[in-house]
Design a binder for this molecule. Sequence first.
Ligand SMILES: Nc1ncnc2c1ncn2[C@@H]1O[C@H](COP(=O)(O)OP(=O)(O)OP(=O)(O)O)[C@@H](O)[C@H]1O
Length: 375
Amino acid sequence: MGIEVRVEGLTKSFGQQTIWQDVSLTLPAGEISVMLGPSGTGKTVFLKSLVGLLKPEQGRIDVNGVDMVGGRERDVMEARKLFGLMFQDGALFGSMSLFDNVAFPLREHTRKKEREIRDIVLERMELVGLGGAQDKLPGEISGGMRKRAGLARALVLDPQIILCDEPDSGLDPVRTALLSQLLIDVNAQIDATMLIVTHNIDIASTVPDNMGMLFRRNLVTFGPREVLMTSAEPVVSQFLNGSPYGPIGMSEEKDAAALAAEELAGNGTAFTPREIVPQLEPTAGLPARQAVHRRRERVLALLHTLPPAARDAITAQLRPTQQAGGEAQAPTQPVARPYIPPPAPAQQGDTLAIDQDRVDPASWGRRPAAPEESA
Ligand SMILES: Nc1ncnc2c1ncn2[C@@H]1O[C@H](COP(=O)(O)OP(=O)(O)OP(=O)(O)O)[C@@H](O)[C@H]1O
């Protein structure tokens, strides 16, 4: 199971510029969380701080008993091995094949033999739908494939915490929907704690268990997804609705005069309640997400602390139903799948389609057929 990440009172500045201050939140073990926020609000800085690559001036980040801010560098380096990182652009080495890119962390951080490395790399590439593409160079493949290669690389060290920085950037809507499904499927199979930074509302509304938002150097909110989805905060409403009207401007925030002018023109940030889209479920045939059951218990325990709108939304979805026999039973999970048109004919490996055979959990630990065998 993934590891809980506890952030307390975190403040980060670069010189005179405060990026965010007094940020406190907990990423629950094995659950998927999303961090939203306009450009430049410090989401990437937050991810880099979690893994100890940037050092906030104040606060602590507890990962498996190690403080990633003030802990001994040797302990921080050790704790860093618990993380898998997926960067915006895949961050692949252009001169290395996909195989070598994905193998890189294993060669750098372990003493595994090449045969074992090969097995792990091919498994993870298969998991993300890149079976057969191991000899390609990053420059020879599509942006979607590069993302998936980045995800495969993030998975090779069996991470217990996965951080994804804008995994959807540059992807078309279909690839984004398939990527959302892939993130859910990966979580179902390895039960890792995941934090995804994204601007994409489709990912935000269908993938995470928890959501947060950074704005004006502060964490606006962080908690069960229903809290943010039902929030009447103008900045949250504006962001989720993609509206030009509200506190977010081109240079992050509008001044009071600009906001007053919008109000006068009748373009104020009136709250419009939005429908909560059901969360995606793992692809048929994969194990159920273990986090769902843990989250149900956790969220029900903190229900009384949440705003009424969030409480109602959660109660509608989570409250165990009392059956005639008296036994409490969890409600069936709502099923929501984005419409995915049939994939166009594609070259081998040049699609983000989740092929059932490829992601069959039984394939874990089994060496997939080499391209010439499967051709
Ligand atoms: N190493 C650094 N030195 C100085 N300033 C930095 C550094 N890294 C980031 N910043 C500044 O921190 C701020 C937040 O950057 P960050 O990349 O975290 O934003 P973001 O929310 O991820 O933006 P986007 O959504 O556009 O990717 C920016 O003003 C950026 O210029």
